[in-house]
Every structure is written in C-alpha cells, then in structure tokens.
Design a protein around this ligand. Sequence first.
Ligand SMILES: Cc1cc2nc3c(=O)[nH]c(=O)nc-3n(C[C@H](O)[C@H](O)[C@H](O)COP(=O)(O)OP(=O)(O)OC[C@H]3O[C@@H](n4cnc5c(N)ncnc54)[C@H](O)[C@@H]3O)c2cc1C
Length: 239
Amino acid sequence: MRTRATKIEGGWSISGTKVWTSNAHRTNYLIALARTAPKEEDRHAGMTQFIVDLSRPGVSVRPIHNLYGGHDFNEVVFDGYFAADDMVMGEPGMGWKLVTSELAFERSGPDRFLSTYQLLCESIRTIGPDPDARAANEIGRFVAHLATLRRMSTSVAGMLERGAQPAVEAALVKDMGTAFEREIPETFRHLIPTEPTLGEGASYAELLGMTMLRAQGFTIRGGTREILRGMIARGLGLR
Ligand SMILES: Cc1cc2nc3c(=O)[nH]c(=O)nc-3n(C[C@H](O)[C@H](O)[C@H](O)COP(=O)(O)OP(=O)(O)OC[C@H]3O[C@@H](n4cnc5c(N)ncnc54)[C@H](O)[C@@H]3O)c2cc1C
C-alpha cells in the first residue's frame, strides 16, 4: 500500500492511486486507507483511514472498463487531496484494525455467495421439472451448498453483531462462497449446452455469457483465494 497521507496544518494531504474501486463513479464519498507513518517492523502499523469527499479538488475518478465492456470500477487518483482532521476515522494509526473489521463484513455477506444465484435459478427453470439423474444431482448439490453457506454467513453476521472479530470465519465464507459462485456457470454450461451471449437480459444464454466473464473476479475482489487460505491456515495454527 503506497498511498500516503502527510500531516499538514488542520489536516492531511493525500497522494497516491487506487485501482479497482467499485462504484466510485456512482458515490459521493469513499473511505481511503493511507500510510501515515513509515513502514516499521510491524508492517500493519502507521496506516490511517480517511473519509474522502469526491466532490472536492485533489481527487479524480477514472473509469476502467471490464471484460464485457461495462463500467463497474475505476482508478481513483489522489493528488494532494486535503482531508481535514475530523475526516480521520478513529485515531491516526489504527487504520489496519479498522480495515480488517470492515473486511469481515465484506467477506461474509450474501454478495459473497449469491453473485451467480440468478443463473442458478434460470438454469433450474431451463432444465424444467424432469431433470435427468446428472442434472438432479448437480441441482441438489448446489441447493444444499447454498443452504449451508447461508447458515455460515448469518452465523458470522451474528458474531459481528455481538462485537466479535470473526476475520478467519469470514475468510472461510468468502473462500467457500466464491468457489460456489464460480462453479455454477462451469457446471451448467456443460449441462445445458447453449452459445453464451452478451447482454443485460435475463435469458439463460445472456446470464451464462455475462456470468462467465464476471466470475473471474469473484475469487479476487475482497481478497484473493490464496491470501484467504493463508489467513485460515494461520487462524487454525497451521502456519
Ligand atoms: C471486480 C473487482 C472489484 C474490486 N473492487 C474493489 C473496491 O471496491 N475497493 C477496493 O479497495 N478494492 C477493490 N478491488 C481490489 C481487490 O481487493 C484486489 O484486487 C485484491 O485484493 C487482490 O489484490 P491485488 O490486486 O493487489 O493482487 P495481489 O495481492 O498482487 O495478488 C496477485 C496474485 O498473487 C497471489 N498472491 C499475492 N500474495 C500472495 C501470497 N503471500 N501467497 C500466495 N499467493 C499470493 C494472489 O492470490 C493473486 O493470485 C476489486 C477487485 C476486483 C477484481
């Protein structure tokens, strides 16, 4: 993380670049994590979170177009953006603690296992009420996994509600949830052979085409699979 915030009179001056910022072109504010003290032995120290007002000078949002030509995310560039002292979240230096708690929310929510749900429903509808044994087996397996993931997700939500820090549990939901999301297009494109097409419609062919392109990012956004598995292994005392 190379974006820096330097202390100046009455606030902080932020400079640096952040790629892959989802929906920055649709929002008024964002939260930025910046380095406010040099990297010491503890690499998690010296980071601070700021609330950034995107209508102010010193910050610009540049579009990044994705594989299917859509505009969901951006590159955000800070060039001497002034953040007043009262725009610091918590205290200076506690950014890492905040960001890891926020990630527990991001990694365990329904958007980490329901991204391809619409395709699952449309696939089941397309197969119809008399699936062959192979299709019935796959549908049963997906529905069972979905019910389990939902239980796991609500369980982590309960821990967050009680003020716990379920970072490892949330990493587990995200790793299993995004593997589930990615398996849905892979499985149904073999079960229902159709030429995938691009479009924002709700037909099986369009949902399949869009989902196949989108799914590549699911195991990257919010933390890559390898990083999450490393966290889980550490949480279990295996490394
Ligand atoms: C669709 C999408 C939307 C996003 N939206 C946002 C957003 O709104 N806000 C935001 O802040 N970020 C967002 N991101 C960024 C996202 O969080 C990062 O891309 C992600 O965490 C991966 O970090 P990285 O790109 O630096 O990859 P890297 O960390 O450089 O990883 C590259 C590869 O190396 C592997 N790797 C890295 N370190 C290790 C290691 N120690 N051991 C083994 N393997 C390793 C990774 O698993 C991966 O395969 C988004 C990304 C995507 C794809």
